[in-house]
Design a protein around this ligand. Sequence first.
Ligand code: PXP
Length: 242
Amino acid sequence: MPRLHINVDHVATLRQARRETFPDPVAWALAAEEAGAAGITCHLRRDRRHIQDADVENLRNSIGTLLNLECSLDEEMLAIAQRSRAQAFCLVPENRQEVTTEGGLNVIGEVDRLREAIPRLGETGGLVSLFIDPDLSQIDMARELQAPFIELHTGEYAQAQGEERMATLERLASATAHAHNIGLRVNAGHGLDYENTAPVASIPGIEELNIGFAIVARSVFVGVSRAIGEMQNLLKDLSVKS
Ligand code: PXP
């Protein structure tokens, strides 16, 4: 069963909607840990639309599991990441106009910046992963750049229906197998919810799922503990069946 890491960005989205001090993503993260989250993820975007610099620091100082900081290859973000003491980093593409991270990093197109960024963040002791689409040539390049981890972008799978969904799931499974064969460790996330997570969690070798929006949204109705518990139960049921 993959570990469940929770992305708290959208707790901050709600707070920033009113430029308030609540709801506090740190308090929400602590409740998520209490409910069984194995790690906490946040994305500090250049436009600071949700997570703020102080949230990164406060999360790192408060949570008891580990902090996975998502950031772009922008110099300002890399410098913050380097100072953050986060235990893990996920390098993501970022586009100001997008509602959310729309696709994976173009590892091949960003070779030069990644050649610098991966060891730079790795030297802090944090594990570096590259958020990429399930594309074998991108995966091969991630290996060449000596990234220890990739996080497969599950957004296309999450959006697809019917046969197309099966095809996207197959691509995720083949990409995971390929990445393992060449020595990469694999996480996955984006767009996962209570209905579509089980098939991804069943792919052998995916170590960690990063899930945010669906769980934060569910917590509005049922509270943090139950929202996390329902996802944990779904993952536990899979491990009983397998
Ligand atoms: N993984 C990465 C790298 C992401 O950028 C995001 C979204 O910020 C997620 C996982 C979580 O996606 P969602 O909020 O759709 O669950």
